[in-house]
Design a protein around this ligand. Structure first.
Ligand code: GLY
Ligand code: MN
Ligand code: MN
Length: 431
């Protein structure tokens, strides 16, 4: 729990004296009649509390002398409800286990919160992100005013940029969870290469992946798995996963487990029947060359955009060499001609969210990599079978290769390196 104390202290240090910070945790969401989605705590809330129950509100109160109190509103124990949904932490344990200075029944929040506003000038909260919370804050302010409390906040400030900047730099404990998520997921990818056979359905590979992750301790997938064979790989967020795997096709699998709420995000592309065709080999190796060069740019001091610049140069030069694009590579990049085949960016931050929190630019300039940041590097080429003017041997080939990369003091560490990646490794895995 010390980890969470440190995070709250870092947040509190940035709050003005005479202010209050408020975050609402996630609620249970209905899937359909009487069936809920699995509960997943809000990432910002979890980051600051480690508290994994629904219906909770986090408060950090800083008085005008700088004294800080951590207050949790959470569900109270309820023997009847607990028969159905299990034991609740309750207020005593919120203080004992989760180190809240005070904990109150969430049902009483409307009575208590106006008093917490007294003497404060600023409310930090996710401004405009949650309509219900926006309305609650206004109501609590109104109640405070009606109670004629000394003075009440006159400034609402978005809290998320403060939390997201903290979340961008992973602690050792967070990295332990991320390594675990990446290793489990990488092994699950390897299992797919071993199990894949023509005639199977895409969802059968999905089932193997999901089972391997859950079996190894991931309680959820970080996102819906993409298992896209043949031309389906050219649909970037294909999740239907309901087609048959055909010999001679590639299958692109973009899937990652979530360990202790930390995501892995890995893509591998491999031949259904274990052997790349010549055309597939050429496209695959081009994407691999770009990905390796992109990863090599991940080191302290390099700016975020370097990765995409290097990837683009290699991909576009390669496409010209293969006769898929024609012209000067610099001009083709300038004219966005490559976007027919590569239409996304080089990657994103990774952490509690698969597209994790944190700015990519500061004052409109790409930010520099610093140790502790984790990002994906994920170039791809997608030659959809409805693109005209392309030799037929290239059509229906979609390749993406995605790894999870930690920026270290000296350079980087690829967290997902246990998933086979070279053609040789992939073809060996399939034997
Ligand atoms: N799996 C989603 C992504 O790669 O961004
Ligand atoms: Mn990704
Ligand atoms: Mn992905």
């Amino acid at each position: 729990m010390d980890e969470y104390v440190t995070r709250r202290n870092k947040l509190a240090a940035q709050m003005h004296n005479g202010s209050i910070a408020i975050l609402r945790g996630a609620a249970i969401k209905l899937r359909n009649h009487d069936a809920d989605h699995p509960f997943r705590q809000d990432s910002d809330f979890y980051y600051l509390t480690g508290f994994n129950e629904p219906n909770a509100v986090f408060v950090l109160s800083k008085d005008d002398k700088g004294n800080v109190l951590y207050i949790l509103f959470n569900q109270s124990s309820d023997p009847v409800a607990e028969v159905w949904t299990g034991k609740r932490v309750g207020q005593d344990n919120a203080c004992k286990i989760y180190q809240a200075d005070a904990a109150y029944d969430i049902a009483k929040i409307d009575n208590i919160m106006p008093d917490l506003f007294a003497g404060k000038q600023i409310v930090y909260y996710p401004l405009g992100a949650d309509e219900k919370l926006d309305l609650d804050i206004l109501n609590w302010l109104k109640c405070s005013k009606n109670k004629a409390l000394s003075f009440i906040p006159n400034t609402l400030t978005d809290i998320l940029p403060f939390i997201h900047e903290l979340r961008l730099f992973k602690s050792d404990q967070e990295l332990e969870f991320m390594r675990k998520a990446a290793v489990i997921s990488a092994h699950a990818h390897l299992d797919l290469m071993r199990s894949c056979k023509a005639g199977m359905q895409e969802y059968q590979l999905e089932a193997i992946f999901n089972a391997k992750c859950l079996d190894a301790g991931c309680r959820a997938l970080a996102y819906n798995s993409i298992v896209a064979s043949g031309n389906n790989a050219c649909t970037l967020h294909y999740t239907a996963n309901d087609q048959q795997l055909m010999a001679g096709d590639l299958v692109l699998v973009d899937a990652g487990g979530e360990y202790n709420n930390y995501a892995a995000d890995i893509t591998r592309t491999f031949p259904v029947n274990g052997k790349f065709t010549e055309a597939q080999r050429l496209i695959y190796n081009l994407v691999l060359e770009a990905q390796l060069a992109g990863i090599a740019e991940v080191k302290p001091g390099n700016t975020w955009d370097r990765v995409q610049i290097v990837i683009l140069e290699i991909l576009v030069k390669g496409l010209v060499k293969l006769g898929i694009l024609n012209g000067d590579y610099k001009q083709l990049i300038k004219d966005n001609e490559y976007k027919k085949f590569y239409m996304h960016s080089s990657g994103h931050w990774l952490g509690l969210d698969v597209h994790d929190a944190g700015k990519y630019k500061i004052n409109d300039r790409w930010r520099k990599f610093e140790p502790g940041m984790v990002l994906t590097v994920e170039p791809g080429l997608y030659i959809a079978n409805n693109i005209s003017g392309i030799e037929s041997k290239w059509l229906g080939i979609g390749v993406r290769i995605e790894d999870d990369v930690l920026v270290t003091k000296k350079g980087h560490e690829v967290l997902s390196s246990a998933a086979p990646k070279t053609i040789e490794e992939i073809e060996c895995a399939a034997i």
